[in-house]
Design a protein around this ligand. Structure first.
Ligand code: NAD
Ligand code: IPM
Ligand code: MN
Length: 348
C-alpha cells in the first residue's frame, strides 16, 4: 500500500479546530483508497512561543523536512495581544517554513460553488487560480529602521525579485494555464510604479509565453485587478503575481466566492526538494476561536490539494466532490465546525 508520512501543525486559535476536521476527512479518504496515513503532530505557534520562547527550532525544521507533506492549520495571536511582538510567529515560523522548504508556488484556487452566496450581485461563473510567488517579494525581511521612534525615523522594506524566482513561478503558472480549458494567464503587478520589479515580471512573462503558444496572456495593474475581481471575476483563469499582491487579492477572491472559510491553499515546492505545506488561506481567527464556529471547509479543501500534490488525484477528487455536495446543501444552516467535518466525511 502507499503511505503518506504526514506532518501536522495545528497551530493557534481555530487552527486546531479546523485541522481536526481536515484530518477526519483525510483519514477517511485515505483509508478508502488503501493509503496508509502516518501522522506526526508538532506543537508550534503563538501559544507554544508563550510557553517556551521557541518559534521553529532547527531540529524541528530538520524533522519536518523528512516528511512527505505538511498539513498546517493557522498560527498567530490576536492583533491586540501585547504579549507577543507583531510578526514574530508569522516571520519566524510560517514564513520561515515557506522559505526554508522553498515553497515557491503559493497556489490559491477560487471557485464559487453552486449554492454558495456571493456578496456580488452578478458574480457569474468564478473559477480561477492565483499562483502567488511564495519565497520573495517584500516578505524576505530585507529592510530596517533608522532613528526608530524619533520624528526622523526612516523605515524600509525592500522587495526582492530574482530572475530565477520570477521565472520558476511564471513557468509554473503557464503550465497550469495550459492544463485548463480557457488557457488564459493574467500577470498582476504594478509596473507603472514598481518599475524595476515590474519590468522583470513583464519581461519574464513575455519570454516564458513563447514556450506556451496555446496560452493567451494579459496584464493588469493590481489596483485595476481589484476592480475586476469585484465587477467581473469570471474573466480570470490563472493569475500570476508577487508575494504581497497575491496575499491581498486572495483574501478578496475568497470574499467574493463566499468567504474566507472556503479558501484553500498549497505552499508548493514544485522541484520536490522538500515537503510542501497545505493550509487554509485564513488565519487563527481569535475572534471566534474555541467556539466551534469556524468553517473547516478551507482546511478540508487544503487536504485535497495535499493529496493532489502527492499524486493521489482520485482521493482528492472525492474530497472535492464531497465538499461540493455539502456546500450545495448548506442553505444558510448554522452548524458547528465538527458538524461540517462530519457531514463532508459522510458525503465521501
Ligand atoms: P483571520 O483570517 O484570522 O480572520 C479574519 C476574519 O475572518 C475574522 O473575522 C475571522 O473570524 C474570519 N474567519 C477566518 N477564518 C474563518 C473560518 N474558517 N470560518 C469562519 N470565519 C473565519 O485574519 P486576521 O484576523 O487578520 O489574523 C488573525 C491572526 O492570524 C494574526 O495573528 C495573523 O497574523 C494570523 N494569520 C495567520 C495565517 C496563517 O497561519 N496562514 C493567515 C492569516 C493570518
Ligand atoms: C496568508 C497570511 C500570511 C501571509 C501571514 C500570516 C504571514 O496572511 O497566508 O495569507 O501574508 O502570507
Ligand atoms: Mn493573507
Amino acid at each position: 500500500a502507499s503511505t503518506i508520512d504526514l506532518a501536522v501543525i495545528p497551530g493557534d486559535g481555530i487552527g486546531p479546530e479546523v485541522t481536526a476536521e481536515a484530518l477526519k476527512v483525510l483519514e477517511k479518504a485515505a483509508a478508502a483508497e488503501g493509503i496508509v496515513l502516518r501522522q506526526t503532530h508538532y506543537k508550534l505557534g503563538a501559544e507554544h512561543w508563550l510557553e517556551t520562547g521557541e518559534t521553529l527550532p532547527a531540529a524541528t525544521l530538520e524533522d519536518l523536512r523528512t516528511r512527505d507533506a505538511i498539513l498546517f492549520g493557522a498560527v498567530g495571536a490576536a492583533p491586540g495581544d501585547t504579549r507577543i511582538p507583531s510578526g514574530i510567529i508569522e516571520r519566524e515560523l510560517l514564513l520561515k517554513l515557506r522559505f526554508s522548504l522553498d515553497h515557491f508556488v503559493n497556489l490559491r484556487p477560487s471557485r464559487l460553488y453552486a449554492g454558495v452566496g456571493s456578496p456580488l450581485a452578478n458574480p457569474g461563473e468564478i473559477d480561477f487560480i492565483v499562483v502567488r510567488e511564495g519565497t520573495e517579494g517584500p516578505y524576505v525581511g530585507n529592510g530596517g529602521t533608522l532613528r526608530a521612534g524619533t520624528p526622523h525615523e526612516v523605515a524600509t522594506e525592500v522587495s526582492l525579485n530574482t530572475a530565477h524566482g520570477v521565472e520558476r513561478v511564471v513557468r509554473d503558472a503557464f503550465r497550469r494555464a495550459n492544463d485548463r480549458p480557457r488557457k488564459k494567464l493574467t500577470l498582476v503587478h504594478k509596473h507603472n510604479v514598481l518599475v524595476f520589479a515590474g519590468q522583470l515580471w513583464k519581461r519574464t512573462v513575455e519570454a516564458v509565453a513563447q514556450e506556451f503558444p496555446e496560452v493567451t496572456h494579459d496584464y493588469l495593474h493590481v489596483d485595476a485587478a481589484t476592480i475586476f475581481m469585484v465587477t467581473d471575476p469570471a474573466r480570470f483563469d490563472v493569475i500570476v503575481t508577487d508575494n504581497l499582491f497575491g496575499d491581498i487579492i486572495t483574501d478578496l477572491a475568497a470574499a467574493v466566492t463566499g468567504g474566507i472559510g472556503l479558501a484553500a491553499s498549497g505552499n508548493i515546492n514544485m522541484d520536490r526538494t522538500a515537503p510542501s505545506m497545505f493550509e487554509p488561506v485564513h488565519g487563527s481567527a481569535p475572534d471566534i476561536a474555541g467556539q466551534q464556529k469556524a468553517d473547516p471547509t478551507a482546511a478540508i479543501l487544503s487536504a485535497a490539494l495535499l493529496l493532489d500534490h502527492l499524486g493521489f488525484a482520485g482521493a482528492a477528487r472525492k474530497i472535492e466532490a464531497a465538499v461540493t455536495a455539502d456546500v450545495e446543501a448548506r442553505d444558510g444552516a448554522v452548524r458547528t465546525t465538527s458538524e461540517v467535518g462530519d457531514a463532508i466525511a459522510a458525503a465521501l
